[in-house]
Design a protein around this ligand. Structure first.
Ligand code: SIN
Ligand code: MN
Length: 264
């Protein structure tokens, strides 16, 4: 699947791109069906909320589950990433579901992903793409991602490590910097029904508010990075930044549906 030049232009301008209806209802149902068992596993790859102890992020999913092993090779994710980066040698840096659960899902502070990729993992340049698939309807009330439109254009903003306020250590962007960037580009919240796709770049500033609603908000997130821009430091565990730099090869467009047929 290839993006149009209009979509590529919008991504360059805004730093993110929404792809409505990228996955169908049956495909989303198949992905969702795997989550209870994955979230029930007692593993360091499942990060929990500070207060409630429910799963906040479940990582390393393509190594833990056959359906997610197919999803990280799905052509509707991998081919646009190859096209945007003009590079067909991309490795799976991270594959996770961020589960902002009903009532208990906590905040993600303002940050951009390259700060962590660079400081923790020694990734040289902000090239990685974060490809999302909404596994629930994401609306105003269940903690959608907020983007500062165009905040990547200035180059990566200054950051500091926050280990105190959330259960996941994050290199965050200071409030005065956020205020300046919001003054330039405004805040956009990424909403849409389950199956919506979303792509954003490594230096786009984003965050998300807590989920006070009774509606869960689970989002699949795949980070693909060029092999030529791989990590140079191995401080974090494999599930946070995978060491396997084998380039992903896209499967057929029906790879999730054929997995469902095989499962009966
Ligand atoms: C992230 O920034 O990686 C997570 C944000 C979210 O899931 O709300
Ligand atoms: Mn992020």
């Amino acid at each position: 699947m290839l993006l149009t030049s209009e979509q590529l232009g919008r991504f360059r301008e805004d730093g993110f791109l929404v792809l409505p209806g990228l996955f169908g209802a049956e495909e989303v149902a198949a992905l969702r069906a795997e989550l209870p068992a994955l979230f029930a596993e007692d593993t360091p790859a499942n990060f929990r909320e500070k207060r409630s102890g429910v799963v906040r992020t479940a990582m390393g999913l393509h190594l833990r589950n056959p359906v997610y092993a197919r999803l990280v090779r799905h052509p509707r994710l991998v081919e646009p990433a190859m096209q945007m980066l003009a590079d067909d040698r991309l490795y799976v840096q991270q594959a996770k579901v961020n589960a902002k659960e009903a009532f208990t899902g906590e905040v993600w502070q303002w940050h951009y992903d390259f700060a962590t990729h660079h400081h923790e993992d020694g990734v040289p340049a902000p090239l990685a793409l974060n490809l999302h698939v909404f596994l629930d309807d994401v609306g105003e009330f269940n903690g959608p991602l907020w983007f500062i439109r165009g905040s990547h254009r200035d180059g990566p903003a200054p950051t500091a490590l926050d280990t105190a306020t959330t259960s996941y250590p994050l290199w965050t962007v200071a409030e005065d910097v956020v205020a300046r960037l919001v003054g330039l580009g405004g805040i956009v919240s990424a909403k849409g029904p389950a199956g919506t796709g979303l792509i954003f770049g490594d230096s786009l500033v984003h965050g998300s508010p807590p989920n006070m609603s009774p509606f869960p908000r689970r989002i699949f997130s795949l980070i693909l990075n060029p092999v030529s821009n791989a990590l140079t430091r191995h401080r974090r565990p494999d599930h946070q930044h995978h060491r396997d730099l084998t380039p992903v090869v896209p499967l057929g467009d029906d790879c999730l549906r054929s997995a469902m047929r095989a499962a009966g």
